[in-house]
Write a protein of this length. Structure first.
Ligand code: PHE
Ligand code: FE
Length: 291
């Protein structure tokens, strides 16, 4: 789940916090099979690619189970580990509602699951992206604190008119982040771990740039929502990510008001480069080359 584009909102909610019942009993056998198919595909790809906290979280929460997980079952375990819980929402929710949930250690997750003909791509986050992608990292105590702090920061950015900058931080960490480990780069971003294609592309393709995480740099870098990323940012550790983001962003937002955005595929003078991409994938038109 991410922040909304206003056009994606569903109609008025029954509850003020936009939560709904998951309605676990109404998933069909086909829904459960989609979960298992997606789970098994990713479970085969992610050892050696995803970071240890993610893989450990998958195990600790027993996310394969018998199909689409029941949020009540997840929450009993997750609550004991870090005090987070998953709540069901009908789809994308307004930014303020989303941040308010995160700031209170509640992760809003879609309840619907994609159809068997949409295994590789869909536009709105479903329960597989939200739960398989995001929830394992919430078992990591430092990352759990980062997500909560992000929610509080989102509410502040919203009122300061800098949400477009802060949203890039979410995108390039929570959704598409990489981490440096003694064994090499590893994935922690939910948008990557829940995608068969991007689990490989993000680490192995010669096309994208891979750059060291820098807070201001990230907040000046636009992103694409409809295809593999052209740039990934690499954090040295989750503790460093948390330490850097806990400082007051007000002075940063003031500077950002006068600084131009950077090119999505640019390498800037101050960048620490892990891999300089050739951008061949993006230049050939990406996912829809005939476009
Ligand atoms: N420190 C940020 C602020 O002052 C809040 C924040 C924390 C944002 C963690 C993102 C992640 O607004
Ligand atoms: Fe997401």
């Amino acid at each position: 789940m991410g922040m909304s584009a206003d056009s994606g909102l569903v109609s008025a909610p029954a509850r003020a916090d936009w939560t709904i019942d998951q309605g676990w009993a109404s998933y069909t056998p086909e829904d459960h099979q989609v979960w298992l198919t997606l789970y098994d595909r990713q479970a085969a790809l992610l050892p050696g690619r995803a970071c240890e906290p993610f893989l450990g979280g998958l195990k600790a929460l027993d996310l394969r189970g018998q199909g689409v997980p029941n949020f009540d079952v997840i929450n009993a375990r997750l609550g004991a580990l870090t005090g987070w819980k998953v709540v069901a929402v009908p789809g994308l929710v307004p930014d303020e509602v989303f941040f308010e949930h995160l700031a209170n250690r509640r992760f809003p997750a879609g309840r619907f699951i994609r159809k068997p003909d949409q295994l590789d791509y869909l536009e709105e986050p479903d329960v597989f992206h939200d739960v398989f992608g995001h929830v394992p990292m919430l078992t990591d105590p430092v990352f759990a604190d980062y997500m909560q702090a992000y929610g509080a920061g989102g509410l502040r950015a919203l009122h300061l008119g800098r949400l477009h900058n802060l949203a890039r931080l979410y995108w390039y960490t929570v959704e598409f982040g990489l981490i440096e480990t003694p064994d090499g780069l590893r994935i922690y971003g939910a948008g990557i771990v829940s995608s068969r294609g991007e689990s490989q592309f993000s680490l192995e393709a010669p096309s994208p740039n891979r750059l060291a995480f820098d807070l201001m740099r990230v907040m000046r870098t636009p992103y694409r929502i409809d295809d593999f990323q052209q740039v990934y940012f690499v954090v040295p550790s989750f503790q460093r990510l948390l330490d850097e983001t806990l400082k007051d962003f007000d002075p940063l937002y003031q500077q950002l008001a006068d600084l131009p955005d950077l090119g999505i595929e640019a390498i800037e003078p101050g960048d620490q480069v892990f891999t300089r991409g050739d951008q061949a994938y993006a230049r050939a038109g990406g996912r829809l080359p005939e476009r």
